[in-house]
Write a protein that binds this ligand. Structure first.
Ligand code: NAD
Length: 514
């Protein structure tokens, strides 16, 4: 394992300390948010998309400064900040520019023959005020993609970043480039207590990204007030490697998927299943690949793996290694922090693991790579679905039929075939989980519509007509409705004609009083 000689710029503190807001401050924030929503109601989608365009320009021009802040607060490597955070945000914003109009425009819906003369459509109305609560691992990407998607849909947004990576002032600076953005989005600092006080103000929806533990608490708080919640939670994502792969490429992909952002990604590879015949070679190549990696932060773009953001996360990672070791696992490389005083954990390859070990069951959120052999397709599907999580996975095989078959059988929200964490690279694909990884979707059409209320509109263009199902109810109408059901729902080439004839008779009766 290499450590470059670049000067390290360590953050001053592990925790960026922030005060919690009071209940009355939370109430004021929501008064402002509701006023902002009223102002937004008067503006068009074009105006909101213009804010996105301005933000893209600002971020592109100021990306170095933004990356400095990100690296300082998270300790991530500069390339992780540039690619996964800045590029990720820009890709999502561009998707909004190209797609929001077609996704959010009113949709015509066909109207059945029994409702002849009427027109139907769906309006994608904003929800009102959306509360976005974010974690610390991708503070810019997760924050901005959620906030702007909600805003583009016409919602006012209250945003609570993680208290570990508040990046104080950065979001405000970004939003200050456009007065409408500035009025519509409020950034509120604080811990979970602040988030709870904000939820007490009854936002129309809480969009939460974070741990399953916190997700449960949010869900139970929201249950009382029937507040809608989307939960983007943790994972225990698997890579499944079949024996027919290009081995070098699969090893490089899996190792990157496990170690990017120092393993602090909800969808990083946390379990690797390798088919028996190539298992030994895969492990050997993985070890060689890890040995070439450079650990550093405060780098100039030349470090592979940055630091851990939180000391408690490093402790969780190390506890999993110690548990595995005590239960007989082999630690092939790594297995400890780089040194006592820094928040770097060595990439750790672990073999001889079994289901009794926390490293195979619980979310790690760090640079550990447990590798397990498997024999058959059925076996690996069973093993990999045997988890309480279901976020994403990768399947590696030259046989695309098999890879597709396996992908369909995996209980999770996303599968990359012959690549890793790449569904997230396409902003048109929804992202989200199953099981304890949560529900609701971020990104893509489904993600954007999650910030809207689908409002159904039916327009009756024939205002003089009395409907046959309105009063008075008469025996003659009853008989005709009964025949209509028989005509409409019985297989016959004449069913439409029969239904139309009965419909005409019903309309004739409708215009008469009893
Ligand atoms: P966390 O759950 O500890 O905190 C997330 C946010 O919730 C923070 O802003 C925190 O202040 C807030 N919070 C804490 N207690 C709260 C409460 N009672 N009510 C309301 N809000 C509260 O998560 P974390 O440690 O910041 O992030 C790591 C977790 O996030 C991992 O489990 C990771 O897998 C998950 N994650 C998921 C996704 C995804 O898209 N599925 C993406 C990134 C991270």
């Amino acid at each position: 394992m290499n450590q470059t000689n670049t000067t390290q710029q360590q953050p001053d503190q592990t925790f960026a300390l922030v005060d919690d807001i009071s209940e009355s401050q939370a109430a004021d924030i929501f008064v402002q948010a509701r006023l902002a929503k009223q102002r937004l109601d008067k503006l068009t989608l074009d105006v909101r998309l213009d804010s996105v365009r301005k933000l893209i320009d600002y971020i592109v021009q100021n990306r170095d400064e933004i990356i400095d802040v990100l690296c300082r607060e998270t300790r991530k490597s500069r390339t992780d900040a540039l690619v996964s955070e800045v590029l990720g945000v820009l890709d999502n914003f561009e998707w909004l520019l190209h797609n929001a109009k077609s996704v959010l425009k009113d949709k015509k819906v066909s109207t059945p023959i029994t409702l002849l003369g009427k027109k139907s459509r769906i309006i994608h109305a904003p929800l009102g005020t959306v509360l976005v609560i974010a974690p610390w691992n991708y503070p810019l990407h997760i924050g901005l993609t959620s906030i702007l998607a909600a805003y583009v849909c016409g919602n006012a947004v209250v945003f609570k970043p993680s208290e570990l990576t508040p990046m104080q002032g950065l979001f405000e600076k970004l939003f200050s480039i456009d007065p409408i953005l500035q009025q519509s989005i409020q950034v509120v600092y604080g811990t979970g207590v602040t988030a709870q006080r904000l939820i007490d103000q009854k936002p129309a929806k809480v969009f939460f990204t974070g741990s399953a533990r916190t997700g449960r608490k949010i869900l139970s708080q929201c249950a009382n007030a029937l507040i809608a919640v989307d939960l983007e939670l943790g994972g225990k994502d698997q890579a499944i490697v079949f024996e027919d792969v290009n081995l070098r490429r699969a090893v490089k992909g899996v190792i990157w998927g496990a170690l990017t952002n120092a393993g602090q990604s909800c969808s990083s590879v946390e379990r690797v299943y390798v088919q028996q015949r190539i298992y030994d070679e895969f492990v050997e190549m993985a070890q060689q690949e890890i040995d070439r990696l450079v650990i550093n932060s405060g780098d100039a773009g030349n470090a592979d793996i940055g630091g851990m953001t939180a000391d408690f996360q490093l402790d969780i990672v190390h506890a999993q290694v110690q548990d595995a070791r005590a239960k007989g696992a082999h630690i092939l490389t790594g297995g400890s922090p780089l040194d006592e005083n820094e928040l770097f954990y060595l990439p750790t390859l672990i073999t001889n693991v079994d289901s009794s070990m926390s490293v195979t069951k619980e979310e790690t959120f760090g640079p550990l790579i447990p590798i397990m052999p498997f024999s058959t397709e059925e076996e690996v599907i069973r093993l990999s679905n045997d988890t309480e999580f279901g976020l994403s996975a990768s399947v590696w095989s030259a046989d695309l039929k098999r890879a597709n078959r396996v992908a369909r059988m995996l209980e999770c929200g996303a599968v990359s075939i012959n690549n890793v964490m790449l569904t997230e690279g396409n902003p048109g694909l929804p992202f989200g989980g199953t099981k304890n990884s949560g529900y609701g979707r971020q990104k893509g059409v489904e993600g954007l519509l999650g910030y809207t209320c689908s409002k159904s509109i039916l327009i009756d263009t024939n205002s003089s007509k009395i409907e046959p199902n309105w009063y008075p109810y008469t025996r003659s109408k009853y008989v005709l409705f009964d025949r209509l059901i028989a005509a409409q729902f019985t297989k016959s080439p004449w069913k439409l004609v029969k239904a139309a004839l009965i419909g005409m008779k019903l309309e004739g009766l409708a215009s008469k009083d009893r």
